[in-house]
Design a protein around this ligand. Structure first.
Ligand code: UD1
Ligand code: CA
Length: 470
């Protein structure tokens, strides 16, 4: 039963094994700029304003289902328990798409498809009312795709590579795997397709509609990249490059300053403020957000990082899951991970690792330190070589360091331990007891100077030599 005269469902096919990827991961979850391949297809569908979306899962379907449920609320999941071909996949989902007048069927492995292309496919299909509209494009290298054969009577035939004659193999117009069906026509033919000669081909349904149900029209997409299918590791690499170029260019149109756009890698969910500057070789992934005037140094990697205004990352540095305050400065050679919050104006310097810690405004860790499972108060200065010894071999323990502290170089904090506001440690101390506010903790052996050591050593040496001669 139709909900309204022009209702439309979108069925994204994602049950296939993706054999050519030679991977244990389902193809639609392969990483493309650090998001799953299917993220892009679903984003395009959503941005085209299409609702009523279902994803068909099968091969390692639990993983795909988990991703969809976690990241795409409102998108339904339909199971194809046995992967007998895309035609079978569409058949399995019949009860779902029968609710709509039309169903857009597309593969989850066409991540470059643009929302505008989907919208125009929908409006042209609804406008001219054929029983099926499919998309094609002219491929530089058509190998691996189904060729579109234009028949004398105006109809079309899709010839899969395995079954193509030599002259058919030369056809460059290929089937993009994006189809809009009138569900009434699809219902009639879907049970007619068989797997006698090959797996169930969705393309056979297209053929049957043309033969018995009415017009099939083809829309040629003039961007030869847009409908590239991702089937192999090489396709992944090619697609990532095209996507990245689009993303970087889009941000640059909005003012991003990029020294070498070709070498900067930016994920699809990253957001930029005004006048952000990206140096060569930077990678910015996940849900990162970089505020006005911030700067990312060469060969730095940021993943899920919120960077404050005018904050600066000097490359190379690697930062993930961190919130960094305005005007903070990090690097070079800094590593921050697993939940770090850095206050405004804080400084993290060379060869410093920070893990799961909170550092207050203007705190400084300039050199060679490890701060893990700790809090460091405002304006505290952490001397070179300081380590929070957070792991006792069984559990991780916390180190709490107050405000305005001065930590001498090479201090070891044996956690759990705390340091009060305005307190200090002497260089080389191993801190095992809490330090009260304002105190100086010295926890090392007192120095002993042995007078005339050099002279004594040489006398001792002479005597030994003589003893040997005798
Ligand atoms: C298909 C088309 C080909 C077209 C190409 C465009 C057929 C027979 N061929 O080939 O004409 O040029 O796409 O990219 O359709 N799937 C399932 N369940 C299955 C099998 C596949 O859901 O049992 C899904 C896959 O996950 C994929 C889609 O169907 O998203 C297409 O399958 P795939 O094996 O990639 O088809 P191609 O060989 O690329
Ligand atoms: Ca494919």
């Amino acid at each position: 039963m139709s909900e309204n005269p022009q209702s439309l469902g979108v069925l994204v096919l994602a049950a296939g094994r993706g054999t050519r990827m030679r991977s244990d991961r389902p193809k639609v979850l392969q990483s493309l700029l650090e998001e799953p391949v299917i993220y892009y297809t679903l984003s395009a569908v959503r941005s085209a304003g299409l609702r009523n979306i279902a994803v068909l899962v099968g091969y390692r379907g639990e993983e795909v289902e988990e991703y969809i449920e976690g990241e795409w609320p409102g998108v339904e999941v339909i199971w194809q328990r046995e992967q007998l071909g895309a035609g079978h996949a569409v058949k399995v989902a019949e009860d779902w798409w029968k609710r709509y007048d039309n169903v857009l069927v597309l593969s989850g492995d066409v991540p470059l498809v643009r929302p505008e292309t989907l919208s125009s496919l929908v409006s042209r299909h609804l406008g001219s009312a054929p029983r099926c509209t499919l998309m094609s494009f002219m491929a530089d290298d058509p190998s691996g795709y189904g060729r579109i054969e234009r028949l004398a009577d105006g109809g079309v035939r899709i010839v899969e590579e395995d079954e193509a004659q030599e002259e058919e193999l030369l056809i460059q117009e290929i089937n993009a795997g994006v189809y809009l069906f009138d569900t009434e026509a699809l219902s009639v033919v879907i049970n007619e397709i068989s797997n006698d000669e090959h797996e169930y081909y969705i393309t056979d349904a297209v053929q049957l509609i043309g033969e018995t149900e009415g017009d099939v029209s083809v829309i040629i997409c003039d961007d030869k990249y847009e409908l590239l299918g991702v089937n192999t590791p090489n396709d992944l690499a090619v697609t990532a490059k095209v996507l990245n170029k689009r993303i970087v260019r889009g941000h640059m149109l909005n003012g991003l300053k990029c020294m070498d756009p070709a070498s900067a890698w930016i994920g699809p969910m990253v957001e930029f403020g005004r006048d952000v500057f990206v140096e060569p070789g930077a990678q910015i992934w996940g849900r990162s957000s970089l505020s006005d005037g911030s700067r990312i140094g060469a060969h730095s990697t940021l993943r899920n990082v919120t960077l404050g205004a005018c904050a600066r990352v000097i490359g190379p540095s690697v930062i993930s899951d961190a919130v960094i305050g305005d005007g903070a400065e990090i690097g070079p050679f800094a590593f921050m991970r697993d939940g770090v919050s850095l206050g405004a104006g804080a400084k993290i310097g060379r060869f410093v690792e920070i893990k799961n810690s909170v550092l207050g405004d203007s705190a400084k860790v300039p050199h060679l330190s490890y701060i893990g499972d700790a809090s460091v108060g405002k304006r505290t200065n952490v001397g070179a070589g300081t380590v929070t010894c957070n792991y006792d071999g069984v559990v991780k323990n916390r180190t709490e360091i107050g405000e305005d502290c001065f930590i001498g170089s090479d201090t070891m904090f044996v956690a759990p331990v705390s340091m009060g506001d305005g307190s200090s440690t002497a260089a080389g101390s191993v801190i095992t007891k809490d330090i009260p506010d304002g105190a100086l903790a010295i926890a090392r052996q007192r120095q002993t100077n042995i007078d005339n050591w050099r002279q004594r050593k040489s006398i001792a040496g002479d005597q030994a030599e003589k003893a040997e001669e005798n």
